[in-house]
Design a protein around this ligand. Sequence first.
Ligand code: PHE
Length: 455
Amino acid sequence: MSEKRSSFTGKIGFVLAAAGSAVGLGNIWRFPYLAAKYGGGIFLLVYIILAITFGFSLMCAEIAIGRKTGQSAITAFKSLDKRFSFVGWLCAVIPAIILPYYSVIGGWVMKYFAVFITGGIGNASNDAYFGEFIGKTWEPIGWFFLFFGLTALTVMLGVQKGVESVSKVMMPVLVVLTLFVATYSVFMPNAMEGVKYYLIPNFKDFSVMTVLAAMGQLFYSMSLAMGIMITYGSYMKKEISIEKSVRQISIFDTGIAFLAGIMVILPVFSVSGNTDVNAGPGLMFQTLPKVFASMTGGGIIGTVFFLLVLFAAFTSSISLMETVVSIIADKTNWNRKKICLIVFLFCLLMGIPSSLGFSAWSFISVAGMSILDMFDFASNSVLMPLTALVTCIFVGYYLKPKTVIEEIELSGKFTAKKMFVIIIKYVAPVCIVLILISSVLNGLSSLPIFEKFKI
Ligand code: PHE
């Protein structure tokens, strides 16, 4: 730790890198689906309110912890309070679990981009195409290798030359491409029906689940509770305002999620006339290619779409890898190249089973989940809420909010101070426990033992 710690060059670099992490597959394939399922406009409203209160507070806390200690998760928690070192370990395990399978999916996106740009839209729109592709043994592994190799190379270049410069190019381009596709969607036949469906609040659909679903999504979407924002905070200069940066990151993240809804729901509505918007791979790799194939200019729109998704996924996977690398660097003093190589090999080995889970190893399943789904479930539904919960308890009752507030006030007044304290101490812990319960039950709902309790 004798070397000077790297840092982002300034506020723009920091905000774009953090937004690069936040804007990812979750914004594009999960947000539109949840919005459509949980009452359209009402979901959007709840989501925005939660983003500026709950998401804002948690992100401020994480970034401040990183910046105050100048360390990534494990050493950050350890230096603040030895008893809470385990939270740092949780934060280290989560990105290490997510990175391999996230990169497997990144590889799929890359493949689809390659197919679309070479005029293969006709093939890709075939119902069986996706299943056949992931059902192959080697091809998806090859794409995973390529996607992840590029991620590793970027991270190897370092915080400024790698992470920051890639985000500074990809994020603005992503915004432009998103606006382009979203604008096109608005002018499709029947688009207004889709707009109504997506945006007009439907109070009948409002329930406690709306709030829980929005909150769960928010977590994932803002890349919280997995050490990423702690690591990025540790690269942030003291004179940059945490409060303002967090506001900008959340506007970025929520803005892209909102536009993704326009980009995805409207075309599906326009072409199929129904609201059959599903989530996850089915939406991105089956429904949308079909929709693109049946619209004028679909080849171009599809190509642009997969390029923007690729950028979104790439900047997110960089943040995952940077977090793992930085945690190891803070613990060991090894040089960056060596760590990148080790992480690369480790994640390569971990990713291969996730990929094979759809082909040679498809016989492996637990509670109805494929290998990839299992990793997803363990990280998103169990470990992340757990980590968020202990982080809030730690900040609220052991470290005390004052310490975080002082760090934030190093660069100006913290206007949302009161709200921050109330949320971290009282609101967030209760809500997170509810998310944890509901997401575990949801994930396990296919187990026979839970079958009986289904409503
Ligand atoms: N925030 C990203 C998204 O919305 C997901 C992500 C999760 C990114 C974990 C990095 C790490 O898709």
